[in-house]
Design a protein around this ligand. Sequence first.
Ligand SMILES: NC(=O)c1ccc[n+]([C@@H]2O[C@H](COP(=O)([O-])OP(=O)(O)OC[C@H]3O[C@@H](n4cnc5c(N)ncnc54)[C@H](O)[C@@H]3O)[C@@H](O)[C@H]2O)c1
Length: 340
Amino acid sequence: MRVLVDGDRGYLGAVMVPVLRAAGHDVVGLDVGWYDGCDFGAQPDGYEQRTGDVRDATPEDLDGFDAVIHLAAISNDPIGHLNPDATYDVNARGAVHMARVAKEAGVPRFLFSSSCSLYGAGGDAPVTEDGEFHPVTPYGESKVMAEQGISPLADESFSPTYLRNATAYGSSPRLRADIVVNNLTGTAYTRGEVRLQSDGSPWRPLVHARDIAAAFLAALEAPREVVHDQAFNVGRDEDVVQIRTIAEQVSEITGAPVSFADGAGPDARNYRVDFTKIRTLLPAADPSWTVPDGIREIWKDAADRALTADDFEGARFVRLERIRQLAADGRLDISTLRLR
Ligand SMILES: NC(=O)c1ccc[n+]([C@@H]2O[C@H](COP(=O)([O-])OP(=O)(O)OC[C@H]3O[C@@H](n4cnc5c(N)ncnc54)[C@H](O)[C@@H]3O)[C@@H](O)[C@H]2O)c1
């Protein structure tokens, strides 16, 4: 298939593009380039990389593609809080715009990178894809708005699918330090302690970046009737864990003691997720990574690349810091989240 992957130069995109290409797909990227240069190893190359904002995409841009994988977004809560309206603009209106132009161009498949954070403050029972949405942040809300805006476009010519990813972990050529497993492991390496930002009680579903890539590949190649206008939670039941359990695992593997950051308190984002549907309907997605494997992987890559605390906690790997840096340098307008 000829596949346009937007957001290809981010954390998940840099892992997903080689997986898609290894499976024989012809990939073209489209990314605004916010994190260009924020490298953690060699970047994927050898494929066409377009630079542009998804909000400006036209049907002509999508001519001749068999599928769009839409990853481009403000990818976490802290950036979402900076300017909620601009977050809705990129994550919700941008996603719906991309789906609309894809449909207009005759692209039959559209995979939307959604998030389990749309379940937000969940109850005690693991939530299935039919569960209610209780997003607690503009980021979570933007994913609900996007899904609800894209779904009415589904018809016999256009099949959108919503992949609600658990919180990712694992190494990537565009590493992120602001997601929990990576953060705790990197801090263990650079500071010699596993520093918790909350009291550790919230439940969180986790999934390795490469297992997310495998899930997108499985959805891309699945029969249309299996994925048409369907949502899938992406992750595995064994990896729905409390944050303090992750901290204990990092501590056990790295030998660094657990500590609590100043003001660490409860966290409103607390949800358990059920992964029966993806396991049953998309067996090719079968996740193979465990959290301890991911911790060991990041620890090794941190050592191989002599990762420093300044780097790990700065603009290179923390998305919010990078956005602030681009704004401070006059290269990004925070009110619109557009590059100048
Ligand atoms: N990483 C996770 O834990 C996780 C979990 C659930 C869902 N997701 C979703 O998966 C997607 C990818 O996440 P990630 O971790 O790779 O994030 P990331 O921030 O590393 O990458 C996002 C990429 O999108 C690009 N981008 C942002 N706005 C754009 C725009 N308007 N036009 C074109 N490009 C734009 C950025 O330059 C960046 O390269 C996002 O939609 C995110 O919400 C991620």
